[in-house]
Design a protein around this ligand. Structure first.
Ligand code: SF4
Length: 618
């Protein structure tokens, strides 16, 4: 992509971005200080497109602030009240449940910290919401609240999180981070958790398989450098655990805090810059949220072309920001969110709390597998009439069944299931012999896995079926299979683990503690059948008009041709976090055959026949 700017310092940072290099604090200062807002936005948009294509996510969510009574007195807070005052309120569990409707997919629970609530009351809230609304993910309690529980109820943080998880907690909000430097903390919220404490709570949650979100409150007394230090600390934590789902820059609402004059909101330019810089600095956080409640709908809408790919949700009744003077309407209907996203030229994608897509509101949508091995198909893809939605293979299958995708690179098993409505087009992801990214990490050899528990990836059916076919037909072994939940890194219950995609690539290189043996499933297949293995095939809905099918075929062909000979560059840009050297990326991508030829078709027939005869199907 070409960006023209008169700011030579900005251009130097742009060159780093294009190379997939990590940005430093100094680079961040260049980004914040540039006068070329449009070029900055384009840079952030470029990075966002690599991560989430044309998708902008929203969720049907309900915010619950169960009480505003708080023992702390943060200077910037207009929400909290002391017990016994007119403004103070407490909600019963029944009142909380009465605010949730069946269509809600995420219940976001945070509040003040009252002096007299029992631990059981917090557990009861989570459990009751989870039991009464099992389709809604409970996202509850900030790190500040968890730290409060830890001190008040004298329970270790890990134990608190385990109990909440057992009650039904699925994810956590990111509130309470504010600005991580001690200078700001001492001036504005001296009683609040320090940066180290905030990050420890989140990292503990990640280790337990509870993904979380993270925030930054900007536009008060912090300096630009302090914003960047904050982002870098979050980036370092994410390098360790990978558990942050999204970053939410929260624009400070002055209200009656006295910190700033009441009408001195952050400027739209500052908001857009902060969103864009966040996208560029936080290279390892999947999503950047433009939180419309604090930004206003207008700014949030523009932010969707400045690096943001999430606009939060319908929110229901939200009090904290509105008590501080936020001017957005209290309820923004789903239709309105869809319209805002469509007007920004994006695909509105209704999601759950984990960013799994539930509904896609657009036509001519192509699914994109977000793994390194499919990058050659998309890197030079000129979208023309199409929009791109990155989605793991399993969700691609689900969305296709629901007729919400028009074409994509389908997992072979999903194609088998939908053959009647899909038409193959000429490309696939097939191995020549080994694949390096569909790996069984095991404590035992193949023959000794009989009767043992194997953890299997939740992302795709084809690799799981290949494992079952190999175990049963090649080694005459019957094992027990259990789905691994996304984000859970504790594999101790399993004798072997099947991982796929970039995670498998990384573990193949660096190893997985406790699992001495590593088997490449494609190599197992090749040594057995002397055939390639086809993991995924390009297919389009049969009802897609011929002119669009032809356009798609041309687009894929052009992208593949343009990618040949440049695997190192495109691989590096895709994701520098996998930790592969340029030579390793090159050799990995060279190991695939992308053309669906006769041998690949023979391999598909052979696999299909074995799948039919495999007991573990039934
Ligand atoms: S920001 Fe949170 S912790 Fe601070 S006073 Fe307000 S409710 Fe209490």
């Amino acid at each position: 992509m070409n960006i023209i700017t008169r700011d030579s310092l900005l251009y130097r940072v742009w060159q780093k971005v294009q190379q997939g290099e990590r940005l430093s604090l100094e680079d961040g200062l260049v980004l914040f200080n540039t006068n070329d807002l449009i070029a900055l936005g384009k840079m952030a948009h470029y990075v966002q497109q690599q991560k989430s294509g044309d998708a902008v996510y929203f969720v049907l969510n309900q915010k619950i602030e169960h009480t505003n009574i708080c023992v702390l007195s943060c200077k910037f807070c207009d929400f909290a009240a002391k017990k016994g005052t007119d403004k103070a309120y407490e909600m019963t569990t029944g009142e909380i449940l009465s605010k949730i409707t069946p269509e809600i997919r995420e219940v976001h629970i945070t509040g003040g910290m009252p002096p007299d609530w029992e631990w059981e009351r917090y557990i009861d809230i989570v459990k009751s919401v989870h039991q009464k609304f099992p389709d809604a993910d409970v996202k509850a309690y900030t790190a500040v609240e968890i730290d409060f529980f830890h001190k008040k109820f004298k329970l270790p943080i890990e134990e608190i999180l385990r109990q909440l998880q057992a009650a039904g907690l699925r994810t956590m909000p990111g509130g309470g981070a504010e600005i991580f430097t001690e200078r700001v903390r001492k001036l504005l919220f001296p009683q609040k958790i320090v940066a180290k404490g905030y990050l420890e709570v989140h990292k503990t949650a990640h280790r337990l398989g509870i993904p979380t979100n993270c925030t930054m409150l900007y536009g008060h007394i912090e300096t630009i450098e302090e914003r960047l230090i904050h982002m870098i600390k979050l980036r370092e934590a994410q390098d360790e655990t990978g558990g942050f789902l999204s970053f939410i820059p929260l624009a400070f609402q002055p209200g009656d805090t006295g910190i700033k004059p009441k009408n001195q909101f952050t400027s739209a330019v500052d908001d857009l810059k902060t969103i864009a810089v966040s996208r560029l600095m936080l290279d390892n956080v999947p999503h950047i949220k433009a939180y419309w409640v604090m930004l206003t709908e207008e700014v949030a809408s523009v932010a969707l072309n400045f690096g943001a790919d999430d606009i939060d949700g319908t929110v229901g009744q939200e009090r904290i920001a509105h008590d501080a003077g936020a001017i957005s309407p209290m309820e923004l209907a789903k239709e309105k969110l869809i319209k805002i996203i469509q007007e920004a030229g994006k695909i509105p994608v209704e999601r759950d709390a984990f960013y799994n897509p539930l509904n896609v509101y657009s036509e001519n949508v192509i699914g994109k597998i977000p793994y390194l091995n499919s990058v050659p198909f998309y890197h030079h893809f000129e979208k023309g009439s199409f929009k791109i939605l990155p989605v793991v293979p399993r969700h691609m299958g689900i969305l296709s069944v629901q007729k919400q995708l028009d074409a994509g690179l389908f997992s072979l098993m999903d194609y088998f299931e939908q053959e009647e409505s899909l038409e193959l087009i000429d490309w696939c992801i097939a191995t020549r012999d080994q694949v390096k990214s569909v790996m069984l990490f095991s404590k035992d050899g193949w023959a000794d896995l009989h009767g043992k528990k194997i953890g299997i990836t939740d992302d795709t059916a084809t690799s799981v079926k290949l494992l079952k076919v190999i175990l049963e037909n090649k080694y005459n072994v019957r094992a027990n299979f259990e789905r691994l939940h996304r984000g859970v890194n504790d594999y101790s219950a399993y004798q072997a683990i099947l991982l796929i995609g970039d995670e498998a690539l990384k573990r193949n290189k660096f190893g997985l503690d406790g699992y001495e043996l590593i088997f490449d499933l494609a190599l197992e297949w090749y040594n057995w059948k002397k055939l390639p293995f086809v993991f995924a095939v390009w297919a389009a809905r049969k009802t897609l008009p011929d002119n669009l099918k032809n356009e798609l075929k041309q687009d894929i062909k052009k992208s593949l041709e343009a990618s040949q000979g440049h695997f190192t560059e495109i691989g590096k840009i895709h994701d520098s976090r996998i930790g592969l050297s340029p030579e390793e990326i090159e050799s990995y991508l060279e190991g695939f055959n992308y053309h669906l030829g006769e041998r690949e078709k023979e391999a598909i027939r052979e696999f299909r026949s074995l799948v039919h005869h495999t007991h573990a199907n039934r």
